[in-house]
Design a protein around this ligand. Structure first.
Ligand code: IPD
Ligand code: CA
Ligand code: CA
Length: 265
């Protein structure tokens, strides 16, 4: 498949190079970063910013007409090109700060609102998850397929909560609704890796109502190209600009989770 004379593989190759460069920055800063708070329990380090800079420089250098959206204050309109790179230079900053090795670089590319390519790079394990629209998903070049567990009592699922979540809030009630039905339920701190892990068959479901486009863009394409399903919690079509995501391995687990999560408002 080609868009504007570029095969999707060209975009993927550029995204992979940029994600690996961002990952190297995260390694370089691992022993020397300082932490600031953007808001309560919402952290940022020099590594977040330095990773975004190197990713932007590489992608903007290669595709100067393209638009950009990055978590650390990056916004450049896509203009006539219609392309927009959506970047989370460090997804899982809290984990990074605590040296809990579950964080990643996430880079998605959309064209006129349609996801075309996605790359998630875990610098701790040197794992690169990637997908191009219609090309399937890969992990370090090998094809990926979601798990086939089709019952919630066989499934490992993950929830995420917004910073500052309170005990009596809707995300906690939703978590409690699922808790007695799932085999295992986690909270992990990296939405991008959660999605990559669903694609890799290591997890079976994930939901959140606090994500931004940069948390979802790459991962949603990687999951769907690996045979999984992404929607809003009530099962209607996903919009990555709206913080309402349910993502699963694509089996009957999706509808079961959807009804447990949508029942309580
Ligand atoms: C966070 C992680 C986390 C999710 C938060 C995000 P960040 O991203 O993806 O899993 O629950 O909503 O903000 O801030 O580490 O890039
Ligand atoms: Ca994030
Ligand atoms: Ca981030």
């Amino acid at each position: 498949m080609a868009v504007d004379n570029f095969p999707v593989s060209d975009f993927l190759a550029a995204g992979e190079r940029a994600a690996r460069a961002g990952g190297q920055i995260l390694r370089d800063w691992a022993e020397k970063f300082t932490v600031s708070e953007k808001g309560p329990a919402d952290l940022v380090t020099e590594a977040d910013v330095a990773s975004q800079t190197v990713i932007y420089d590489l992608l903007h250098g290669r595709f100067p007409e393209h638009g950009f959206l990055g978590e650390e204050g990056l916004f450049q309109h896509s203009g006539a090109s219609g392309f927009r790179w959506i970047i989370d230079p460090l997804d899982g900053t809290s984990n990074y700060v605590h040296r809990f090795p579950y964080y990643a670089v996430s880079i998605g590319l959309e064209h006129r609102g349609k996801l075309l390519a996605g790359v998630i790079y875990d610098p701790t394990r040197d794992e690169l998850f990637a997908a191009g629209l219609g090309c399937g998903a890969t992990l370090n070049g090998r094809p990926l397929r979601t798990s086939r567990f089709d019952r919630l009592d066989q499934a490992m699922v993950i929830a995420s909560f917004p910073p500052g979540v309170t005990a009596d809030s809707l995300p906690i009630r939703r978590f409690l609704n699922v808790l007695p039905h799932a085999q295992t339920i986690h909270r992990s701190g990296s939405s991008a890796l959660n999605l990559a892990y669903i694609a890799a068959g290591r997890l079976d479901g994930y939901w959140s109502t606090s994500l931004k486009a940069w948390d979802m863009a790459a991962g949603v394409l990687i999951v769907t190209e690996a045979g999984g399903r992404a929607s809003r919690m009530n099962g209607t079509p996903l919009d990555i600009e709206v913080p309402d995501l349910l993502c699963t391995n694509g089996t009957g687990i999706h509808d079961v989770l959807s009804s447990l999560l949508s029942g309580d408002r």
